[in-house]
Ligand binder design. Structure first.
Ligand SMILES: [Zn+2]
Length: 321
């Protein structure tokens, strides 16, 4: 009997059991309904290879593509009070949080990091639309401010990638208070003379649009991103009128003077580098891929480094004079 239970049964079970294939190998493009293979999609930075639709990208994936060699260090965010209103709809707020943490593998809806982008030191923050629609609560406010304070301490520009359904209703007035808090933080950057660049991604709406996402020195958006305070459906129902084609989309807003640029995700890094180096009066960026910055320089290399670095830095000093 032993061989039956030890050998035959597992064999039969393995034949009939479901194979361990992840069910998320394919993603359907919400715009053109094309089935896209996950690896191909990830290589294309979550932009549809068929219709060029810019899908959500997690902050982690974005930072990996943005920072040189995918190297960045996260900035610690002060913890806010948990569930201050003891909010409950169909589910309790802490349960919703736990579900979002499990599905995304992230702690909250914003990631803040520092690193180099095209050898340009920056501090960046990105909102995670897959985490409770990237909604702005106390943590997001704290994260934004932690990023700004770090940027000021390091004298670096601050780049914000926004994506949000608005304020987090489970935190009520406390989430709305993040609007003035973040606005004051943007003012702190201005006082320190540091550039604040906003990259608006699909969709950026509600209280986020009404605060830090619209206060950038340069406002860039990804193609066809919905950027609004109240959505087109709400407006249509209120004014009972048909809205023009492409209303509240990035290209429409660019035409009407609300944005400075609409940039494809694949071009975003080089464009940001160009803008930031111009604003920071640095030499133009080196074209092509750069190796990851080395965290520790060995004594031998350190001795060699100034020689190699000299020809690059001297023209900059001359140019500034
Ligand atoms: Zn598509």
């Amino acid at each position: 009997m032993n061989w039956i239970s030890n050998y035959v049964r597992p064999k039969i079970n393995s034949l009939f059991s479901k194979h361990d294939t992840p069910d998320n190998l394919w993603t359907k493009c919400p715009e053109c309904n094309t089935m896209l293979f996950h690896r191909e999609l990830a290589d294309n930075l979550n932009v549809c290879t068929n219709c060029d639709h810019h899908m959500h990208i997690t902050p982690r994936a974005r930072f990996s593509a943005l920072f040189d060699g995918g190297v960045f260090s996260e900035i610690k965010v002060p913890e806010p009070i948990e569930d201050p209103l003891k909010f409950r709809d169909q589910k309790r707020y802490p349960e919703r949080m736990k579900a979002a943490q499990r599905s995304t593998g992230e702690k909250e809806a914003m990631l803040v990091a520092e690193g180099e982008m095209g050898r340009t030191p920056i501090v960046a923050a990105a909102q995670d639309f897959s985490f409770m629609a990237g909604s702005m609560g106390m943590y997001v406010g704290n994260a934004f401010i932690a990023g700004v304070e770090r940027a000021i301490a390091l004298k670096r520009p601050f780049v914000m990638f926004s994506a949000a359904g608005g304020a987090r209703m489970q935190e009520g007035i406390l989430s709305l208070m993040q609007m003035p808090r973040t606005t004051v933080a943007v003012e702190m950057l201005k006082e320190a003379g540091l550039p604040y660049i906003v990259v608006l991604t699909h969709p950026t709406t509600g209280g986020v649009t009404a605060s830090y996402a619209m206060l950038g020195d340069v406002q860039i958006a990804e193609p066809n991103a919905l950027i609004c305070f109240a959505g087109p459906r709400v407006i249509e129902q209120t004014i009972r009128e048909k809205l023009p084609e492409g209303f509240q989309r990035a290209e429409y807003l660019l035409d009407h003077g609300m944005l400075d640029r609409v940039t494809h995700r694949s071009q975003m890094k080089s464009e940001l580098v160009t803008i930031l180096r111009m604003l920071g009066q640095m030499t133009p960026a080196v074209a092509g891929d750069l190796p990851a910055p080395t965290p520790e320089v060995k004594p031998l290399e350190a001795a060699k480094a100034p020689e190699g670095a000299k020809p690059k830095t001297t023209p900059a000093k001359d140019a500034q004079k």
